[in-house]
Ligand binder design. Structure first.
Ligand SMILES: [Zn+2]
Length: 65
């Protein structure tokens, strides 16, 4: 049974800290979710870090306008 991990990211637009739930089953995938503060679409990249834990990085969507 999988479980969700909690992570914190900073919005690439407004810099606000956001709590996110990371699904280990989505490692290697990307998804887009709107910032809870400024409502802009953030791209989330899920990967495993050196400890085998789920790590998330974010970037803005400016390049796909
Ligand atoms: Zn934001």
């Amino acid at each position: 049974m999988e479980f969700l991990e909690e992570g914190v990211v900073n919005c690439p637009y407004c810099g606000e800290s956001l709590d996110v739930l990371l699904d280990p089953q989505e490692v290697g995938q990307q998804y887009i979710e709107d910032c809870q503060v400024c409502c802009k679409p953030i791209t989330f990249d899920l990967a495993l870090d050196a400890n085998g834990e789920v790590a998330v990085s974010v970037r803005d969507e400016n390049q796909v306008y």
